[in-house]
Design a protein around this ligand. Structure first.
Ligand code: PLP
Length: 398
């Protein structure tokens, strides 16, 4: 029969898939929509980044296929940044790989290191590319819930030893989307030790390493001794520099793992536009000058949102990192019903916790993608949504 195969059919629909069409309909009918859904901030990439791209456009060589090698200056800049930022030296040619956004690398890693039927550990709630990679590579996804009472840490030590023995890949992401949790050093040491003992590849997804607040500094997994034996770390240009649409990231790890990922990709893509990579190289070279203004902006947004949420009766702790608030809903209010009501009746896009897997139920996520004033306006509307859901709940119950 013509149609999707079993692996494709096994994947749930993408949680953001329906939102753009509903949003367009609302805007066309005159609704002032505030979108706190995707982690895609307002504003532009840095001016210097845009200028570097314009200059790169005049270089003939940058219009050619990049292949997996890509623009050598991007690899060089990534290597220099890793050394400055984390004190970690990586060979630009063999230990760093340009990605068409870190998302594709995360998913494609499963194709490089997993055999059909192997277990792949996937946190829930979690970023969808982990489940996608595991399922599409023919692995058995093992969903591990992240719980508030465990600080949303995925603890391999809590899992069955036999399961760990048949696991070939685990996805871990701190600072975490969607929970905004951060990982203490001793946790990372436990994680690396477990992965080494059970020979599990550790996909350490770190796109929020620079969107950190109140003096918190997010580490690289490679700051942990022994991580180079097992880890591939994923970095992104998207969040730190407002370059989401550019689709640029890079993977870092030992030459064997990076070589395997590169080999998979060489059968699937031919590299991203090298002019973008050249502008990304300029951006990484200037990261220390560019990131502080973003952090200041996000801190003001975080503080405004946390205060406004307290006012409507949804208290949440101010997170130390990411660009999200992961907000517990009062008992009995379903996250999908709440988010659908917020969009349809109040024109506010938030993501239901259930959209990140069943383990996310009981929460919703807002992204700090608009100004403090717009966040206050949106959260005021969410207050009305909360009241409406409570009324509906008591009517149903009564
Ligand atoms: N990993 C996590 C946890 C994310 O939240 C995102 C984007 O939202 C990504 C990876 C993908 O980033 P990129 O834009 O580099 O594909």
């Amino acid at each position: 029969m013509i149609g999707p195969n079993a692996r494709t059919s096994a994947l749930p629909g993408y949680p953001l898939a329906r939102i753009p069409s509903i949003k367009r309909r609302l805007i066309e009918s005159g609704v002032d929509v505030i979108d706190l859904g995707a982690g895609d901030s307002d504003g532009m990439p840095p001016e210097g980044t845009r200028r570097a791209l314009v200059e790169a456009m005049d270089r003939e060589q940058l219009h050619k296929y990049g292949f997996q090698q890509g623009n050598p200056d991007f690899r060089r800049a990534a290597s220099d940044w890793l050394l400055r930022r984390f004190g970690q030296a990586f060979d630009p040619t063999t230990e760093i790989l340009p990605l068409i956004g870190s998302k594709e690398g995360l998913a494609h890693l499963a194709f490089a290191v997993v055999d059909p039927g192997d277990a792949v550990i996937v946190p829930e709630p979690g970023y969808q590319a982990y489940l996608g990679g595991a399922v599409l590579a023919g692995a058995e996804p093992v969903i591990v819930p992240l719980r508030a009472e465990k600080q949303f840490l995925l603890e391999l030590d809590d899992l069955d030893e036999q399961l760990l023995d048949r696991t070939s890949l685990v996805y871990v992401n701190y600072p975490n989307n969607p929970t905004s949790a951060v990982a203490p050093r001793d946790y990372l040491e436990r994680l690396v030790a477990r992965c080494r003992r059970h020979q599990i590849v550790l996909a350490y997804d770190n796109p929020y390493c620079d969107t950190t607040f109140d003096g918190y500094r997010a580490p690289s997994i490679f700051e942990v001794d022994g991580a180079r034996d097992v880890a591939v770390e994923f970095f992104s240009m998207s969040k730190s520099f407002k370059m989401t649409g550019w689709r640029l990231g890079f993977a870092v790890g030992n030459a064997t793992l990076i070589g395997a990922l590169s080999k998979v990709k060489s059968y699937i893509d031919t590299g991203s536009f090298q002019a973008l990579q050249a502008a990304a190289a300029w951006t990484l070279d200037n990261a220390e000058a560019l990131v502080p203004s973003l952090v200041t902006e996000l801190t003001a947004r975080r503080d405004a949102a946390v205060a406004a949420l307290a006012e409507i009766g949804l208290p949440v702790q101010a997170p130390l990192a990411t660009m999200y608030l992961w907000i517990p809903l009062p008992a009995g209010i379903d996250s999908t019903r709440f988010s659908t009501h917020a969009l349809e009746h109040e024109g506010v896009v938030v993501l239901p916790g259930a959209g990140f897997g069943a383990g996310g139920e009981g929460f919703f996520r807002i992204a700090l993608t608009v100004s403090p004033g717009r966040l206050r306006e949106a959260i005021g509307r969410l207050g009305r949504t909360l009241a409406a859901c409570r009324d509906a709940g008591s009517t149903t119950a009564g």
